[in-house]
Design a protein around this ligand. Sequence first.
Ligand SMILES: NC(=O)C1=CN([C@@H]2O[C@H](COP(=O)(O)OP(=O)(O)OC[C@H]3O[C@@H](n4cnc5c(N)ncnc54)[C@H](OP(=O)(O)O)[C@@H]3O)[C@@H](O)[C@H]2O)[C@H](O)CC1
Ligand code: K
Length: 509
Amino acid sequence: MKILSGKQISEADKYTIEHDGITSEELMERAGTLVFKQIHQRLQGAPIPIKIFCGIGNNGGDGLVIGRHLIQHGYDVKLYTVAYSDKRSEDFLKNYEKIKDITNDWPGLIKEVDDFPEISVGDFVIDAIFGVGLNRPIESWVAKLVTHINDSGAFTLAVDIPSGLFDDQPPQGSVIQANYTLTFGAPKLVFYLPDTMDYAGEVQVLDIGLNKRFIAGIDSRTYLIGKQEAPALYQPRNKNSHKGDYGNILIAGGSYGKIGSVLLSATAAMHTGSGLCTLYVPKCGYEIIQSSLPEAMVLTDENEQKLSDFPIDFEADTIGFGMGAGTENESITAFEKLLQNQKKPILVDADGLNMLSKKPELLKLLPENSVLTPHPGELKRLIGEWENDFEKLEKARNFSKKFNVILVIKGAYTFILQNEELFINTSGNPGMATAGSGDVLSGVITSLMGQNYQPVAASILGVFIHGLSGDLVASAQGYEGVTSGEMARNMGKAFQYLFQKEIKTGGKE
Ligand SMILES: NC(=O)C1=CN([C@@H]2O[C@H](COP(=O)(O)OP(=O)(O)OC[C@H]3O[C@@H](n4cnc5c(N)ncnc54)[C@H](OP(=O)(O)O)[C@@H]3O)[C@@H](O)[C@H]2O)[C@H](O)CC1
Ligand SMILES: [K+]
């Protein structure tokens, strides 16, 4: 699903009105009615006091439409106009009249702090103060209303976007803390960035019938990857095939006390369908791996405890490097030897990334289209500090372009970035924040690269399947029970789920 900016959606809005014979008023009625239906489905007529805060633009207009339907269905509704300007949008005014036609309890007028209504924790608040038309910091009394709403602890539903949140830049003051956001037409980037995702709470995109052809034509290079998109990346296996068709990969890394990391990667790779998997580890890893993963072959380094060399004559379809490797100088030399003799894309993770940060001159030796899988700390060491998520994306994009690599930036939503393209993964859950989860992901992506998936497709599908396996394990054992070993062993099941129903994670929803 494409992620669009408020501006792009407004263009789609305009195009739809001009070309599909629908008025803006009808579009607002459609938007508001869809939100009403979502609320009505959940509330089922419950006598909960509903407070709707409407701005004076079309976001406010949506709030009036929602309020009208709720009133007509017998709900206990109190509407408020948050008059942060004397302007009123046309569609706001039209819907204001419609409210007056159905109730004598006209919307309360809020122009300053003294007008704020009491809000109790049992209320249901609907935030229709600002939508994507927010274009400057909100003034202080309105910011105080936002805080007043947040401090009430009332369940809050944001219409289109939490008020105070810009869709294309970091917040500049108070923002509504929504439990739920019902957004129109397309998801917005800020719903998935670490600094701002929590303002949106759970997000649902409502299709209000914006012209699909126009949207398809919008030059947006940011996509949400979910159950609709991931299956298309899967390469079915044909009957007439043999293990050679599914890649001969090399996983290189590990050091004394951290052999488990490469073992997890290799286990995940075997459960992701690799034909052959060889590990290159320090001598101390030999027995451990041979007894734990008989399916894999093992080559050992001269050194007992860490990598000090690299088997450049080993013919691998692709190499995953770095998990548990440490960053000793001998190991960096080994990495340099790998880089000097490798032309095909590789995957670099964990200490491999830290080696690149320690010795940046290695960056230019990275084969084109290699995949780097940093968590935020490793990313910082690679690209430097950032003020906010937008600057982080900018720097990461420049890094990806400069070294022609794919960045898999791990997080609550993992971002896969290649030049201007950004894919945001939506599978997974907080139970996956556990030791070895990154090693497993590296094994999955390396395996898919070895199976002839293009590196960016291997990264997108790998991240999605990795999250799916985490969801499977969490649905069986709760968030706390998720271990990376379990995830590795459930990769095959995750592939099966790729084409099946949703998984409800067993965590605290
Ligand atoms: N296609 C769709 O998705 C549809 C979206 N709808 C809803 O429309 C809003 C966007 O409505 P819009 O009227 O453009 O803007 P807002 O309602 O978000 O804001 C109202 C106006 O407020 C002014 N403004 C902006 N920032 C501030 C501020 N900090 N302080 C005071 N005033 C501010 C601005 O007007 P100016 O002329 O003053 O610049 C805004 O226009 C969208 O989010 C959806 O909810 C349609 O209802 C259905 C289709
Ligand atoms: K809003």
